[in-house]
Ligand binder design. Structure first.
Ligand SMILES: [Zn+2]
Length: 257
């Protein structure tokens, strides 16, 4: 397990470094260099990184140790094991899609998720800009699919790596060849899809919820017709970004809208 966590950190750290550098060499949209914004995003990430081993990881481990049924060990062996792993990742991705919809539709959940959407520009650092409350709530709610599906802990860790790498990619400001991005978008969520989710227009913010596989928005009718433009206003309609301390306190201060 420690080895898997090590490789998760190496792979996601590598993806972060490569994309962070690439989006500064080849930008898709003009980037306002704001050290204050980077401080806010990295600050929120640091809190999550420090709290995860103490709060988030134990929640997931608790779920993995309290499954409501046990899988046949044969399901984890050989090619069958690979097929089951892929199905598990697809199902957890489906869960993540509906959880993201809930964060937008349930006012008390939006209070937490709004911290992510207040970012007024997007790059790889936006992918790690989440309020600790949202990360903890997501871990608690994820106990539902983990216990119902009897998902192995190793699969959850692999899924977390997939989702983080995907989030780093689809928030990034890397300029990709249009043809490659278009083909990728048929399978996975690309920046052209997810940037529209951060368009400061409520109809677009409440669309394009998919986190890894792009198919869910088409299946469940939540794909926006808006095309990403380099100069589109990023943020949440009607609200502005806050200071670091303001972001930490925002979920407790605002009334649900
Ligand atoms: Zn969202």
């Amino acid at each position: 397990m420690e080895q898997l966590l090590f490789w998760k950190a190496v792979v996601c750290g590598g993806v972060f470094v490569v994309l962070f550098a690439a989006e500064r060499l080849a930008r898709a949209a003009p980037a306002p260099e704001s050290s204050a914004r980077l401080f806010r995003n990295f600050g929120l990430w640091l809190i999550v990184l420090l709290a995860s081993p103490l709060i988030v990881a134990p929640i997931t481990a608790f779920g993995a140790n309290h499954l409501i049924w046990a899988r046949d060990p044969a399901l984890a062996a050989g090619m069958i094991g690979v097929a089951v792993l892929i199905i598990d990742i697809i199902l957890l991705d489906l869960w993540t899609y509906w959880l993201h919809r809930a964060y937008h539709r349930v006012p008390v959940m939006w209070r937490l998720h709004e911290v992510h959407h207040r970012d007024e520009f997007l790059d790889t650092t936006s992918a790690v800009r989440f309020h600790l409350g949202e990360v903890v709530l997501s871990a608690v709610l994820r106990l539902i699919p983990i216990t119902v599906l009897a998902t192995p802990l190793t699969t959850v860790i692999i899924f977390e790596a997939v989702i983080l790498a995907s989030a780093l990619f689809h928030h990034s400001n890397v300029k990709l060849p249009r043809g490659i991005e278009r083909w990728l978008s048929y399978v996975v969520v690309t920046p052209s899809i997810h940037w529209v989710h951060h368009h400061a227009v409520r109809a677009d913010t409440n669309a394009n919820y998919a986190a890894f596989l792009s198919v869910w928005d088409r299946v469940f009718g939540s794909r926006s017709k808006t095309r990403r433009m380099p100069d589109m206003k990023i943020g949440a309609e009607g609200i502005e970004d806050l200071s670091f301390s303001g972001l930490l306190l925002a979920p407790m201060m605002r009334k649900p809208s």
